[in-house]
Design a protein around this ligand. Structure first.
Ligand SMILES: [Zn+2]
Length: 172
């Protein structure tokens, strides 16, 4: 079970496994905002309702910013899971990472120089810059500022608990 973690000002930060959310609560860093109905966390001597949403009790500026670590998966999430040359929707298994300035030309593996690409676009572009390959990027790659909040990476989708909707800005 995943838990939605909110900042003290109710901005969604990320989703974490319930064990981690429980850790925040036990450490006094977070409070439970909502629980899953009919689900309990049990120890040998007690049981607690399973949290669905927790909120940090103090300001957490920078806490999660530091945790936007560079990874293939985060590049995929940043780019909405789409090839940034042809807009094809890709799966976590089928996407590739394109170095905009190719590594052979000194391009670095960094947020600003990588983008999500489908295999055909990646192969077509090959060892060239987008300009040389006459290919245009749909978005300018940036380092994500945080994992959540407006325009963040944490978006509502079906299958998430209903109670999360309001915090993830989902309407309807
Ligand atoms: Zn493509």
């Amino acid at each position: 079970m995943d838990v939605l973690v909110l900042s003290n000002s109710y901005i969604p930060l990320r989703r974490v496994p319930w064990q981690q959310a429980f850790g925040y609560v036990f450490a006094g860093r977070a409070e439970i905002v909502e629980t899953y109905i009919g689900r309990d966390v049990r120890s040998s001597s007690a049981s607690w309702p399973m949290p669905s949403i927790v909120r940090f009790v103090r300001r957490t500026a920078g806490l999660f910013k530091r945790q936007v670590k560079f990874s293939r998966r985060m590049v995929y999430l940043r780019d909405g899971g789409r090839c940034q040359y042809c807009a094809t929707a890709l799966t976590l298994k089928s996407f590739t990472i394109d170095h905009i300035v190719p590594r052979s030309k000194g391009g670095q593996t960094a947020w600003e120089n990588v983008t999500t690409a489908c295999l055909p676009c990646n192969q077509k572009k090959a060892d060239r810059t987008p300009r040389q390959a006459h290919m245009k990027l749909l978005t300018k790659p940036r380092k994500p500022r945080s994992l959540g909040g407006p325009g963040g990476l944490l978006r509502w989708h079906n299958g998430m608990p209903e109670g999360w909707k309001i915090y993830l800005g989902h309407r309807g």
